[in-house]
Design a binder for this molecule. Structure first.
Ligand code: GLN
Length: 553
């Protein structure tokens, strides 16, 4: 079976850096290495270091940064942490994502407290020590064998210098056998020359070496398998053994990455580099089965996602993945049709929802597009198309129901209309009087109690669940009785009864909306129950529409 990792051990550190260009998939590479090491029986965790100066990505526009991934302890973090959790068993926390802003904030707070005893505070050693401490913090989590540390940005960026210096020092601190440098680079195929080019890789490795880091393994992102002569050339110029020059070929599904990297011998190279016991066969059978299901779908559903940041798919990273995961479980492919919420606000725009087997309204902030989201909820409610509302999509479903079913015409969220006479959604009571934007939200994992017999309860199959939140507004319980008298069911509440967390319409084929973000907990090999049920309902809806007489259920 799996290798038994050494019983008493020092934690091993793998550093993943990137070169040439950004967006080569460093986060996915790190997550995939994590999956492979778990396949070998090791306990891993991952950490992301981001060179930008924001303390966290919480205040950045989704267009700038992509999704803000929320950890159980309520940290707003980089979306790569989502990959880490989806590919491995790690549960990330605020300690798993550090930015330059967060590092400096901590250093400056220490300086103000007098912790540096009157010394001049400098990048080396104070900032680099702070960075190293952040890594040790994660490495000291219980039962970890290997920590993978991804350094954001590319080698050569001014902002990444302190991080690279810190990881350079760590080899001196911890020893060669406990540290491994993996560098992800690009080997482009130049069509006009008909050749793969190694020069960008050579330059990038030269940059790394100039700051004292000699990579142990090169992961070469390419669109084709590197031929032996190219690998030989890279090995020669970059001083890396040939078997440590690994092709990271483009694949059709991200969940194939661990398997293709294993085929290239990456896991063996990593274990060798870390002087870990000779690997017993890596058990990746669940990944093989998963990829088989992904590649052989037996049907398709089309989900229309009505959101605000649809021009930039990374804004809804976990959401996309959670939909795909549910498809994998049913062995059907999920095709996502993005609808700009604002576009649904104009007359006769319902046709934008034509062909939807299911409608999903995800999280969002602010007025723009909000009426389009409400319209989407209305169309779904009235036509029987399965509807899944998440966070903002929950809030607008509640407001729409208040307006169009309960006759409270001017019902609204105070996020968009502070003076509404019917504030069905209003500012979190805990936040009244708080004006700052950064870090003032209901964030992280909270328990929720589900109501017996509801679709929500049936999906989870348990009464007490915990889900992650990120919001500033909440359902106003003064409207609970009128909404429920008109047929809305409150299917989930916080155990203290203070918050309404989930609602649904029992008369509708599938209309479920939740205040939390279930997408953060969905995994390819363990899809989230609500997404699982939603995709199933969408598929049933499709079958009903295609052959109404056959399906009556
Ligand atoms: N804007 C809403 C709120 O702050 C919803 C937030 C979200 O969708 N994440 O409550």
């Amino acid at each position: 079976m799996n290798a038994t990792p050494s019983t008493k051990h020092s934690v091993k550190y793998i550093f993943v850096t990137g070169g040439v260009v950004s967006s080569l998939g460093k986060g996915l590479a790190a997550a995939s290495i994590g999956a492979l090491l778990e396949g070998h029986g090791y306990r891993v965790t991952l950490q992301k270091l981001d060179p930008y100066v924001n303390v966290d990505p919480g205040t950045m526009s989704p267009y700038q940064h992509g999704e803000v991934y929320v950890t159980t302890d309520g940290a707003e973090t980089d979306l790569d942490l989502g990959h880490y959790e989806r590919f491995t068993n790690t549960v990330t926390t605020k300690n798993h994502n550090w930015t330059t802003g967060k590092i400096y904030l901590s250093v400056i707070q220490k300086e103000r407290r007098g912790d540096y005893l009157g010394r001049t505070v400098q990048v080396i050693p104070h900032v680099t020590n702070e960075i190293k401490d952040s890594m040790h913090l994660v490495a000291s989590e219980r039962n970890i064998d290997i920590v993978l540390i991804e350094v954001g940005g590319t080698v050569g960026d001014i902002e990444s210098q302190p991080y690279l210096e810190a990881i350079r020092q760590l080899r001196q601190d911890l020893g060669r056998e406990n540290t491994l440098y993996i560098h992800l680079t690009l080997v482009p195929f130049i069509g006009t020359a008909g050749e793969l080019k190694t020069k960008p890789t050579q330059h990038s490795v030269r940059d790394l070496r100039s700051i004292g880091i000699q990579p142990d393994i090169l992961l070469c992102r390419t669109d084709r398998v590197l031929p032996a002569d190219i690998r030989e050339k890279i090995a020669l110029f970059c001083d890396v053994p040939e078997e440590a020059v690994i092709t990271a070929k483009d694949v059709s599904s991200i969940y194939e990455v661990p398997l293709v990297l294993a085929d290239e011998g990456l896991d063996a190279a990593v274990l060798r580099g870390l002087s870990l016991p000779p690997a017993t066969p890596c058990d990746m059978s669940s990944w093989v089965q998963l990829v088989d299901r992904i590649k052989n779908p037996t049907g398709e559903v089309v989900i229309h996602v009505v959101g605000k940041y649809v021009g930039y798919e990374d804004s809804y990273k976990s959401l996309n993945e959670a939909l795909y995961h549910a498809g994998f479980a049913h062995q059907i492919s999920v095709s996502i049709n993005w609808v700009e919420a604002e576009a649904l606000e104009s007359q006769d725009s319902e046709e934008l929802l034509t062909g939807a087997d299911g409608i999903l309204v995800p999280g969002g902030f602010g007025d723009r597009g909000s009426r389009g989201m409400m319209r989407a909820a209305q169309v779904a409610r009235e036509t029987g198309i399965p509807y899944f509302g998440i966070c903002y999509g929950f809030q607008w479903a509640a407001v729409e129901f208040a307006r169009n079913v309960c006759g409270l015409e001017s019902a609204d969220s105070t996020e968009c209309n502070e003076n509404t006479p019917h504030n069905v959604i209003y500012k979190l009571r805990d936040l009244l009087g708080v004006d700052e934007l950064g870090g003032t939200m209901r964030l992280g994992s909270y328990p929720c109690e589900l109501k017996d017999g509801t679709k929500t309860y049936n999906a989870y199959g348990e009464k007490e669940i915990a889900e992650r939140h990120r919001h500033r507004y909440e359902f106003n319980r003064e409207y609970e009785s009128i909404l429920t008298e008109n047929g809305l069911v409150i299917s989930g509440r916080s155990p203290d009864g203070k918050f309404v967390e989930a609602i649904e319409l029992p008369e509708h084929p599938w209309f479920v909306a939740v205040q939390f973000h279930p997408e953060f907990q969905s995994k390819p090999r363990n899809p989230h129950p609500l997404f699982h049920q939603f995709v199933e309902a969408a598929y049933d809806h499709k079958k009903r529409v295609e052959s109404p007489s056959k399906t009556t259920a």
